[in-house]
Write a protein that binds this ligand. Sequence first.
Ligand code: ADP
Ligand code: MG
Length: 712
Amino acid sequence: MPEPAPGLAMNAGPMTQTLDQIPVNALKGVGATLAEKLAKIGLFSLQDLLLHLPLRYLDRTRITPIGALQPNLNAVIEAEVRACDIVLGKRRSLVCRVQDGTGTLTLRFYHFNNAQKQRLVAGARLRVFGETRRGAAGLEMYHPEYDFLAGASPLPLEQTLTPIYPATEGLTQPRLRSLAQQALTWLDKHPLRELLPETVRRRLNQCTLADALRYLHQPPVGANVQQLLEGEHPYQQRLAFEELLAHHLSLLLLRRETQADGAPRLRLTPALEHGFLKQLGFQLTRAQQRVVAEIAEDLAKPLPMLRLVQGDVGSGKTVVAALAALAAVASGKQAAVMAPTEILAEQHRLNFGKWLEPLGIQVGWLTGRLKSGERRYQLEMIAAGTAQVVVGTHALFQDAVAFADLGLVIIDEQHRFGVHQRLSLSEKGQVDGALAGVVRPHQLIMTATPIPRTLAMSAYADLDCSVIDELPPGRTPVTTVVISDNRREEVIERVRLACEQGRQAYWVCTLIEESEALEAQAAQATADSLAQSLPQLRIGLVHGRLKLAEKESVMAGFKAGELDLLVATTVIEVGVDVANASLMIIENPERLGLAQLHQLRGRVGRGSAASHCVLLYGSPLSNNSRERLRVMRESSDGFYIAEQDLLLRGPGEVLGTRQTGDMQFKIADLQRDSHLLPDVKNAALLLMSEHPQVSQLIVQRWLGQNQRYLQV
Ligand code: ADP
Ligand code: MG
């Protein structure tokens, strides 16, 4: 019988415990305090410790001649001290010159004591470990570690690469290293269950999880450090695959869990549909019709819909959403429509009001900025079911909001919401029927940020996807030019000309810092200076600091043609729809992501006039920025732009909160490892259908405490 784990209760049964069942305090030297620190970074079991992988490695296995050193490199050298002096510069420092026959190097210490200085005498021999940097007189190391070499007996070198772990307050590298090493010795006696099915593993490469972990915590001398640093080592790829799989599975499990509940069947009546379409004033595009049909089919089923609608800016998602909401109303249910900003929510309120109220449908309204009386009134309407469609912001999530009978949740601009926020809204509508079981609302998610296919596959595995891949007719493409800030005068002149010809223009000021106040200030200054240069124009200003009513009146003025030029912060990104505006200037576009620029630019080119977008950059531009602005100039295809954004900025930025909030990877990198995604997807489907138990174990292993998908 295997010996029981030390420090654990004896009632664990005759089976050998697996490492996920053994808590960190089974290790030597781990008491309550340390266990608490480890818990802070999500490390509870020995399995967690083993999956806490090094970020990078130092090579202390060999000695580098000084002459072969490069800047910004970690290296071990052996050398003799030539001189050691206290230098009084901006900061007092101890400067020690060493040489090894191939070159000389400066060691610099800002914190030092007398004893240290006295031992570093000329002729002393040292082994030094540190990172090189370029100094005024050749290479230097700041605060290197060093040992004295005494006599003939050489100091032993490290036998493996030295791992550097992600750490937090109070957890030093030596401590983390020793914990990992101890955990590895447990790995010999206690299995770490191999969860990938044989068929999947054979396709990847033969190595087991245990092999990969042993190697990655202690790469042997001669391991390919470069490959390890880049995360391209086969062992890393083996783990990245399993981690990506875990994320994918968590979404599939979430989907299955959601769909285990029922949903109300929602059907549009022909009369209502006809009435709606008749008063629109335009025909739906073929793409809109197709997506409307896909949604209708989902809504008619007694299973909660989980559908993402992707459609470029201006492709007409709102009307598609309105038709879905209409189906809810036709079936006696409520629909909630949530937008990420006040302005976008207002735009929806106006559109939904315009389209639905003539049909006798009541549209409710809820944002964080309502006065208390109005708020109470709206909450009552929502609770009573009088408000059949409710438009709002995050305020719709609040506990005080109780829907009478919510059948459909529509979320616009999904990339700004995390999966958990989405869920919390869907749980609002959850009702326990005595006979029917749990019923939850359908979910429709709309995004104007096209997501590259590979990413979508992974980040939205829980959603079905519809694409509106056609713009309404009569749009003229926007011509984009990239101009340096020192030609500002010409650009201002261009604004004057456009407005003189009866067109309208936007001037967008981008965020300087993450501060609404500063941004508002900058926009004000720009508006003032433009007013001086263009006294003949009627200029309006909107920014996030204005009162809702002020903002509304400025926007209304612009829409009515009472203003020629609208100076704005990026608050106009979404929701503004003025067909006569045909020129947009974006200042410092290099500060924004491509997706956001694309969104902004989508505000012009909505009418039949030829439209222009001027990207007025602050020079000098970095190469990456130059490249990104080139993409904007050359393309107006949202999907292409998103792919390029992914290449140039990485998935974190492209996916926004969803990535940062929900998809934190230990080892995988969506971009680097995107070639794994098709196999990940197949493996996930296989596991879900043939080994559901294992699916849950994989999720638990990698997402552990961070996930909430496992209420079996
Ligand atoms: P987005 O997909 O960016 O949310 P909107 O729903 O705001 O786009 O639609 C952009 C504009 O196009 C709106 O003024 C809308 O009324 C109009 N629109 C939508 N569908 C059509 C269509 N089929 N034909 C003509 N105009 C349309
Ligand atoms: Mg929209």
